[in-house]
Design a protein around this ligand. Structure first.
Ligand SMILES: Nc1ncnc2c1ncn2[C@@H]1O[C@H](COP(=O)(O)OP(=O)(O)O)[C@@H](O)[C@H]1O
Ligand SMILES: [Mg+2]
Length: 229
């Protein structure tokens, strides 16, 4: 089964009358349970592509099905509900909520989309914070954490609902070697145990080495596909 089916996606940004053709015809199918990476230079369109796949933005043209739904037809509210229920995001900029502690940031998606008892939420949040090595920092707010620590909280938050699809934009950019490997191993484990699909945009050779399929992105197009053993 394909969790993503994208056909001939284009995205053109128009700012101050200037058009930027960020994607120029991207077609890609992603099988459920795969571990794939989009790799390419800065400005090649990786973030734009992840934003479309995650229903954060709409393509200018093309077809896009996520988990069997034609997501180009969803309005903003429907897209937000769809995302909350099915997709986990790790953003380049973390997007943690400043007034919430690390614990509360990770708990937030469980409160918003899943009606779970508090005791079960607490267990799940602590399990994830522990897995990313942040359990002892759980009462700190984002401003009290380093870039790498915020990144780990953001990763725990993306995984806490056990989404079927996780989209991660440069998720290990701020992490030291040991932490990056621990987190990649955690993601692989989730994939193996729960069947979560992971889609990365990255330059990080540690992720590229762990991916099973690597797509090369250049100037808004997919120019290469490599299957790794
Ligand atoms: N919101 C936006 N408005 C206008 N141009 C944008 C916007 N986001 C990205 N771009 C442009 O689209 C192109 C692709 O950007 P992006 O998807 O961020 O690439 P990458 O993630 O590979 O660095 C770049 O030329 C970038 O400047
Ligand atoms: Mg980017």
């Amino acid at each position: 089964m394909n969790v993503i089916r994208a056909g001939d996606l284009t995205k053109t940004y128009a700012t101050d009358g200037v058009e930027v053709h960020a994607l120029m015809g991207v077609s890609v199918d992603v099988e459920a349970g795969s571990f794939i990476a989009f790799v390419g230079p800065s400005g090649s369109g990786k973030t734009t592509l992840l934003n479309l796949l995650g229903c954060l933005d709409k393509p200018t043209s093309g077809r896009l099905e996520v988990a069997g739904s034609d997501v180009t037809r969803l309005d903003r509210r429907q897209a937000a509900a769809f995302r909350g229920a099915r997709i986990g995001f790790v953003f380049q900029s973390f997007n943690l909520i400043a007034v919430l502690t690390a614990f509360e940031n990770v708990e937030y998606p469980l409160v918003m989309v899943q009606d779970r008892p508090a005791i079960e939420r607490r267990r799940r949040v602590l399990e994830l914070l522990d897995a990313v090595g942040m359990a002892d920092q759980r009462d700190k707010r984002p401003e009290q954490l380093s870039g790498g620590q915020k990144q780990r909280v953001a990763i725990a938050r993306a995984l806490v609902t056990r989404p079927e699809l996780v989209l991660a934009d440069e998720p290990t950019a701020n992490l030291d070697g040991e932490t990056a490997y621990t987190i990649i191993a955690l993601m692989k484990k989730l994939r193996d145990e729960v069947g979560t699909t992971f889609v990365f945009a990255t330059h990080d050779t540690r992720i590229i080495g762990a991916a099973e399929i690597v797509y090369t992105v250049e100037d808004g197009r997919l120019t290469g596909r490599q299957e790794l053993p």
